[in-house]
Design a protein. Structure first.
Length: 298
């Protein structure tokens, strides 16, 4: 039987998926198909995605959108990894062990061979189209509601009766972590978050790394000469303009209005006139004193 990855019935209702563009959802499905076919433990390359969907434009931008949503991780080069792959799929080593065990069982003849094959079969009947979204389970068997569950395509061979979702299964919550949230938390002017999220994916591709953009936002926030918030660009405008490479703001005194030269000249003129009036008043007093002295002598 050819490998397959049936889509979870809750896939399009997951909070992480709802925020994706339609092409990004298709890109994620292509990544899952490639990983299953290649048995790569969830890793895919940019070249593989391009070959899988040659008519889809801007694969780098779509993959960056998936990285930002938390569905994929990125090594900084051309390789991406499906974050929850090993939670719902067997690893390469496990698959190799199963094949080895099956091959060994096939060599046993008669009744023992039939018993060995029965031991390898799942103990439940699974429809080839059965799929569901499984909650994470702790070691004690209780559902883990601490962390959001990532939607995944699950093969019917990898499910057990306990995998069936219960009516009380926890609903997924939006991701509050990831490179974009780290950027937005650092940016000093928090407005129009939706526009910023749309601009983020393409900005990361142009920058070459999410960390470059995040570091630029942190430098901006730490700039001692940062202007008032109303003069700081919106985060979407900042991202669209590749402003993470901007130089720091100039010192505040360099932006202040130069002193009013005319006012300074008026002040100096007033000082001069007051000094001149004082000299004239002194001369008059001396003249009056002299006149009084001459009159008294006669």
């Amino acid at each position: 039987m050819r490998p397959y990855v049936p889509l979870s019935v809750d896939f399009f209702g997951d909070d992480k998926v709802i925020e994706l563009t339609p092409l990004a959802r298709l890109e994620y499905a292509a990544c899952l198909v490639i990983a299953k076919r290649q048995e790569s433990d969830g890793s895919v390359t940019l070249a593989q995605v391009r070959r899988e969907q040659p008519d889809v434009p801007d694969h780098q931008g779509l993959l960056a959108e998936l990285v930002d949503s938390g569905l994929l991780s990125w090594d900084g080069g051309n390789t991406y990894a499906i974050v929850a792959w090993l939670e719902w799929n067997k690893s390469v080593e496990e698959l190799a062990g199963m094949r080895q065990a099956k091959a060994s069982a096939g060599k046993i003849g008669g009744k023992r061979s039939g018993e060995a094959r029965s031991a390898l079969r799942p103990k439940h009947s699974a429809s080839p189209v059965r799929s569901t979204l499984l909650p994470e389970v702790e070691a004690d068997g209780e559902p883990n509601t601490t962390h959001p569950t990532t939607p995944q395509l699950i093969t019917s061979q990898e499910m057990s009766p306990s995998d069936s979702p219960s009516p009380s299964a926890p609903r997924l919550h939006p991701s509050t972590t990831g490179p974009f949230e780290e950027f937005y938390a650092a940016y000093p002017h928090k407005v129009a978050k939706g526009d910023a999220r749309k601009a983020w994916a393409k900005a990361v591709v142009r920058a070459g790394s999410p960390q470059i953009v995040i570091d630029g936002a942190r430098r901006l926030a730490a700039d001692p000469n940062l202007p008032e918030k109303r003069f700081i660009p919106h985060p979407a405008s900042w991202l669209n303009g590749d402003r993470w490479d901007d130089e720091p703001y100039p010192p505040r005194f360099a932006r202040e209005r130069p002193p009013d030269v005319n006012a300074e000249m008026i002040d100096r003129a007033g000082d001069y006139m007051r000094a001149q009036e004082a000299r004239e008043a002194g001369a008059k007093l001396v003249h009056l004193w002299d006149a009084a002295a001459i009159g008294g002598a006669s």
